[in-house]
Design a protein around this ligand. Sequence first.
Ligand SMILES: NC(=O)c1ccc[n+]([C@@H]2O[C@H](COP(=O)([O-])OP(=O)(O)OC[C@H]3O[C@@H](n4cnc5c(N)ncnc54)[C@H](O)[C@@H]3O)[C@@H](O)[C@H]2O)c1
Length: 392
Amino acid sequence: MKKQAKKLTEVRIGVIGVGNMGTSHIANIERGLIKRARLTAICDIVPSKMDRYGDKYLKFTDSRALIRSGEVDAVMVETPHYDHTTIGIDALTQGIHTLVEKPISVHKADCERLIAAHKDKKVVFSAMFNQRTDPHYIKLREIIKSGQLGEITRVNWIITTWFRPQAYYDGGGWRATWKGEGGGVLLNQCPHQLDLMQWLFGMPKKVRAFVGIGKYHNIEVDDMVTAYLEYPNGATGVFVTTTGEAPGTNRLEVCGDRGKIVVEDGKITWTRNTVGQKEFLQTAQSMFGTPETWKIEIPANGNGPQHVGILQNFVDAILDGTPLIAPAEEGINSVELGTSMLFSSFKDKTVELPLDGKAYEKMLKGLIKNSTFKKTVKEVKMADMSASFTKA
Ligand SMILES: NC(=O)c1ccc[n+]([C@@H]2O[C@H](COP(=O)([O-])OP(=O)(O)OC[C@H]3O[C@@H](n4cnc5c(N)ncnc54)[C@H](O)[C@@H]3O)[C@@H](O)[C@H]2O)c1
């Protein structure tokens, strides 16, 4: 096993997977946006993907060679989803700090395998949950965790601003197939919101979902979801998403004893009950009274440092021991949530959490084996990744 170098003063980074997202991270490092980070090596199984970098960096077509090169302290795994598990396990067992893209793996059993490879806790293991840096969600979390909103009774997230034209799905052989991507909107776009859901509200105990498979696109995976969630305290949740609706909505509504908070259109609005709803409900003498409310607009500007923020935090965690914003271990929760929705819909039943990871893996393997979908891949130009993430 490779020994970590003595006290580092900068982190030598290798990027594995030089597609849309890998290129975008490389650009951020090249622009000097990440302090104390130096890109030393890149890797892609398609050598031409690395042509644009000339001989600025060491180039590899095999991630194992990059990981063992001695030229990197850390890697960023920017490949299609299944490889997050295999490359992540390889890097972690070689003592290389690892930042893995979302989702950390395609299904729960693979998440468990990946997490189990993180034995040496001096090795930093983070996940690219960039939306955790958005001040709207940070503020909402502060309010919930401080108890100011009181006990949560209901959450609703309509997140349909993930519109993708057919060209998006046609642009990569791995996309939108069970074998290549392992799912659709729940595995590619929504890991961000599913992660925020568990970060804000914890995990539900029950999931019942209705999922549209190729409802709007010529794909074999999910592109429409309506899910009902039930939390241990009895709170309910509804999660709605699709990549086929324009214009989309991004509205997160959270109801608690002390009122209702809505995050929408870049604003956080708290309609605050001056008396708790539970107390008012039990003590009010009039038949149709409601608690008096104050409408408060809570300041939260911009969308935060996003990818740059997570990468800088990863580097700071390696060099200074700064706590991670998004420890990769927590990435299992968004995978469990999303795949529970798929499982519930395919099995046409309510799923009790924790999800049976082996049963889900078996179902997924069946979907891969029985797939008759013929994918047509069309050449599309490299995407502007700043348009790839939804804003609060
Ligand atoms: N955090 C975000 O905001 C965000 C946004 C978009 C995509 N992503 C994630 O980034 C990852 C990559 O997505 P993308 O859109 O860049 O895909 P992409 O298809 O554009 O790029 C993937 C690249 O990986 C290469 N590759 C495949 N297998 C490899 C392997 N074994 N070793 C080395 N290279 C390999 C491919 O040749 C390709 O160049 C996915 O996990 C995706 O979900 C994250």
